[in-house]
Structure formats: C-alpha cells, structure tokens
Design a protein around this ligand. Structure first.
Ligand code: COA
Length: 384
C-alpha cells in the first residue's frame, strides 16, 4: 500500500525583519547573516499567535468538510507547546471543528516532533487503510535579542494530511535513526528562550546526517547518485549546505551540481522565514516541490534532526501528477508580508508573553489571521 502526503500547507505571520538591517543594527557585516548564516528575512511573530494558532492557520486551508468528517488522528509536533498537560492537538481539533471521534496527541523531541508523527501515521494508516491523519509541526523559535542565536529565529507551521494513495508524495517504509543524549540545544521549563551551544549543535547535526545517510544507503542498497534531491532540517540554511557538502564528497561533478541545485531550491522559503523548528524540514520540502526541478517518481532524501538529540534519514517519491496538485498550495502571499523595523521587531518580541496565572489580552485586534490567540481568562487560553 502506498502511504504518504496527500495535502500540504504552511503558515507564518505577515511581518518580517530584514536580515541585512538586523545585522547592521547589531554591528555585524550583513554578509555574515545573508551568506554566512544564509538568511534573508525572519518572520516576526506577534503575541496574538502561538503554536496552536499558527497550526490552525496552516491546517485551516487543507481541512475542508470532507477532512473534518474523515480525519481520525491528529498528531501535533511542537517544542513550544502552550500547556504541560492538555495537548495542542485537542485545541486544534476544537478550532478546526474536526469530528470528536478523532484522537489527538502532542509529540515532543525538539525539531524532530513532526517526523516522529510521520512514522506513527505510516503505521496507523497501514492498520487503518481509510484513515486520514492530520499532522502539524508548529513553533516559534526564540533565542533572545542580541544573542548569537538571534539571526536563526523565526516561526510558523507546516500542516499535512497523510493517507493511503497520496497525491503528492509517497513515503517509503524504512529509515535510519540515531538517538544520543547530548546537550546541544534545550529549553528548561522555566525559560521562554532556548539555550544553545551552536557550534557543538552544528557538528552533531553533520555527524548525525553522515551516519544516518550512510546507514540508509547501505540498508536500501542505494548510492548518492540515485537521489534526485537531498533536503534537511534547516535551523538556518547554511546548516543544510554544510551537511550536504559532506554528503557529496567524492561524487561526480554532475551529481554534485544536480543535488546542490535542488538544495538551492529547497532552502528558498526557509531563507525568507527563518527557523520553524518542527516545521523546518517540511518548509524546505515545500520549497523544493514548488521551486525545484522535480519530475514524477523522483526520489527525495529527507534528513530530520531534533537537538538533544535524534536524527533520522528517510525517503519519499513524488507521485505522478503532484505538480498539478501543488497548484493549490499558494506561497505568493509571502511576498506581500510587511517589513517591520528592527526597533518594531524588538517591541513585538518584548510583548511576547510569559506564562502567568493572571488575566491578559494580546494584540489580537491588529492580527488579520483567521485564527488568533486572544489572551487568558481564569487561567484558560482564549482563541478566536
Ligand atoms: N561574510 C560571509 N560569511 C561570514 C561573514 C561575512 N562577512 N562573517 C562571518 N561569516 C560566516 C562565518 O565564517 C560562519 O560560517 P561557517 O559556519 O561556515 O564557518 C558563519 O558566518 C557564522 O559565523 P559565526 O562567527 O560562526 O557566527 P556565530 O558565532 O554568531 O553563531 C550560529 C552562528 C549559527 C552558531 C548561531 O547563530 C546559533 O547558535 N544559532 C542557533 C543554531 C541552532 O538552532 N541549533 C540547534 C538546532 S539544529
């Protein structure tokens, strides 16, 4: 049975800060951010958006009445959840009015959560061939103003529906997986901003890729030249480029050119949005599908990494006719986002909320998104 992605969408806020301008304000050479880190714009997320509303805004466009009736599982990957007990999947079920027979859970392992969901969905659909599973990866990446991690912030959500007989991507069974208990990036419960040892994380990322990629090729009897594209979790686009350079060592010029060109297409949207944490690999997938040179049945290798750390390499093939299905996936709105100044971005950042027991309202009245976080009353979150 073919199982994979039948529908796909993503969402981020309608505001961004320009990375060249941010670099100048931080007294850095703009090329450090634009080339050295590889980011052009960074999504600025207002306090009227949280991981639940970002997910609802991404999923709302692919959940129609048919899906509302037929989705039987909601898998919500996030590392910026809003409650230690109630899962974001249940909030999402309520906001999107998905039938109450569907079950839902939240999955956490840093940026790996959505990939874990994909593997769970594969098994679930295998046992329930009529199933339709809604998956989201939704996060806000915060490191703090004027920190080394600042140019690698961002936020947004990717939503997908997985099913048997998918129309976009067939996910192949099998993967190569690695888990190692390390402290490269983490966020203790009392912190809003992540702690990161960026250089160490980057070395581990490359090592995890190298090991899982080689393990996968050996298990499946594949060579690097069999791949039509290799894509990565992209906390910042230079990270994927560094890993790809290692992966392509010793390959012919033609193979290197082809895979570097496809990677270039796969990083375009990430360079415009920034880090999505759980959604980053899948934003890169959308970028590749929309901007790359893919044909029907092409083989894509996907590397997922969640600090702490888990890494997984798996593959998927494009489904014949995927290009016409993807015409429904509109990304043109990204060009119409509003640029905010660095000082506006800092004000919006500072207005992001601590977890507190008091009542408050967010700036939801200025937010034009379909789903908004309004604030809190009697320690309960209110959504619109
Ligand atoms: N022109 C072009 N490139 C430049 C440059 C310039 N003027 N100035 C610096 N650079 C390059 C550096 O050579 C470096 O490239 P390299 O990594 O290929 O060597 C890159 O820009 C970054 O410079 P660096 O001095 O290493 O930056 P930094 O110490 O400020 O840290 C990160 C950068 C990415 C490590 C930091 O932003 C970070 O920790 N981010 C969080 C990463 C993360 O989320 N990890 C966990 C999830 S996987």
């Amino acid at each position: 049975m073919d199982i994979g992605i039948d529908k796909l969408n993503f969402f981020t806020s309608d505001m961004y800060v320009d990375m060249g301008e941010l670099a100048e304000t931080r007294k850095e050479d703009p090329n450090k951010y634009l080339i050295g880190i590889g980011q052009k714009k960074q999504a600025v997320i207002p306090n009227s958006q949280d991981s639940v509303t970002l997910a609802a805004n991404a999923a709302g466009k692919i959940v129609d009445d048919f899906e509302r009736k037929n989705i039987d599982l909601i898998l919500f990957g996030t590392e910026s959840g809003v409650d230690s007990s109630k899962s974001a999947a249940v909030y999402l079920q309520g906001l999107l009015k998905i039938n109450p027979q569907a079950s839902g859970v939240e999955l956490k392992q840093a940026c790996f959560g959505l990939t874990a969901g994909i593997q769970l969905a594969m098994g679930h659909i295998m046992m329930n061939p009529n199933s339709r599973v809604l998956l989201v990866g939704s996060d806000i990446a915060r490191y703090g103003i004027n920190t080394p991690g600042e140019p690698t912030q961002g936020g947004g959500a990717v939503a997908m529906i997985m099913s048997a007989k998918p129309s976009i991507l067939k996910i192949n069974p099998g993967n190569a997986h690695l888990t190692k208990d390390i402290m490269d990036f983490w966020r203790p419960l009392y912190r809003k901003e992540a702690l990161v040892d960026g250089k160490y994380s980057s070395r581990e990322f490359i090592d995890f890729f190298d090991q899982t990629f080689n393990e996968y090729k050996e298990r499946e009897n594949l060579s690097t030249s069999d791949f039509d594209a290799l894509i990565f979790h992209l906390p910042y686009t230079k990270m994927g480029l560094k890993a790809l350079r290692i992966g392509l060592q010793g390959e012919s010029k033609e193979v290197q050119q082809r895979l570097f060109d496809q990677f270039d297409a796969s990083k375009q949207l990430n360079a415009e949005v920034g880090n999505l944490y759980t959604g980053s690999l899948y934003l890169s997938l959308i970028s590749l599908l929309k901007k790359g040179k893919l044909k029907d049945n092409d083989l894509i290798g996907l590397f997922s990494y969640g600090s702490g750390a888990e890494g997984e390499f798996f593959t998927a093939n494009t489904v014949p006719g995927f290009k016409s299905v993807l015409e429904n996936l509109d990304i043109s709105w990204l060009d119409n986002r509003r640029q905010v100044t660095v000082s506006e971005y800092e004000d919006i950042y500072k207005a992001s909320l601590e977890f507190t027991d008091r009542n408050f309202l967010t700036g939801f009245k200025q937010d034009k998104s379909e789903f908004k976080f309004m604030g809190q009353t009697n320690q309960q979150r209110m959504y619109k």
